[in-house]
Structures are given as structure tokens and as C-alpha cells.
Design a binder for this molecule. Structure first.
Ligand SMILES: [Zn+2]
Length: 126
């Protein structure tokens, strides 16, 4: 992969990361019941529906689920950034083949190629 391409993926990953960190912090504050004023920060990063997150148990569970998803995503992003520094970015972790560019563009932190992803999903079903 060309250095310019890598730099672009890195930039995208860093931007995604920044956005996620903002969202996770915001949601944690919400889940802990802090007032919106205290949560402060830049709310422009927060998806609009998050502003409607309530405080009853169902919503709180939902928010905690979203935080966990967010943290998982963050981990994936960090791993992808690591792969960029290790020059392994764009290679499937399972089979070592190149991950398609379209796939990387859609999900820059994806670690498997489409074939391995499918196999994984198949085995999840059993
Ligand atoms: Zn693969």
C-alpha cells in the first residue's frame, strides 16, 4: 500500500477515534446520571438521538450497551493504528491476504477479509 493511502486511512482512523472518545465520554456521563450541563464539551459530535437518552433502566442498559460497543470499536481502531505502524495494515489477520480497498474504505479498522469474516459469521451461527 502506498504511503499516501496509509496516511489517509490513518487520518480517517484518528478522526473516528476522536469522535468515538467524545461519544463514549458523553454516554458515560449520561449513564451515570450527570446533568447535561456538567457533561459539557462539544456536543456537535454527538448523534442527535443520543440527546434523547433517558434515565430509566431500559435506556440506561441501552446506553451501557452502546458504551461497550463504542469501547470495542475504539479497541479495533487502536489495533488498526498499530497495524499501520507495523506495516501490516490492510492485511487480513486470519489468512494474511489483502483486504479489499472497498472494504477498508467502508471500515478502515476491519481486521479480516470478507471471506474470513463470512466464515466467522458461519461458525457463530452453530
Ligand atoms: Zn482472510
Amino acid at each position: 500500500m502506498k504511503a499516501a493511502e496509509l496516511a489517509l486511512y490513518k487520518k480517517t482512523l484518528l478522526e473516528l477515534r476522536e469522535k468515538l472518545v467524545g461519544n463514549v465520554n458523553f454516554m458515560e456521563d449520561e449513564a451515570l446520571g450527570k446533568s447535561r450541563q456538567d457533561a459539557s464539551g462539544d456536543l456537535s459530535n454527538v448523534p442527535i438521538h443520543m440527546a434523547d437518552v433517558g434515565t430509566d433502566n431500559y435506556d440506561r442498559d441501552l446506553t451501557i450497551g452502546l458504551i461497550q460497543n463504542g469501547e470495542e470499536e475504539l479497541r479495533s481502531i487502536d489495533e488498526a493504528l498499530e497495524r499501520i505502524s507495523n506495516k501490516k495494515f490492510g492485511l487480513c489477520e486470519e489468512c494474511g491476504k489483502k483486504v479489499s480497498k472497498a472494504r477498508l474504505t467502508a471500515l478502515p479498522y476491519v481486521k479480516n477479509c470478507i471471506e474470513c469474516q463470512r466464515q466467522e459469521e458461519e461458525s457463530d451461527k452453530t
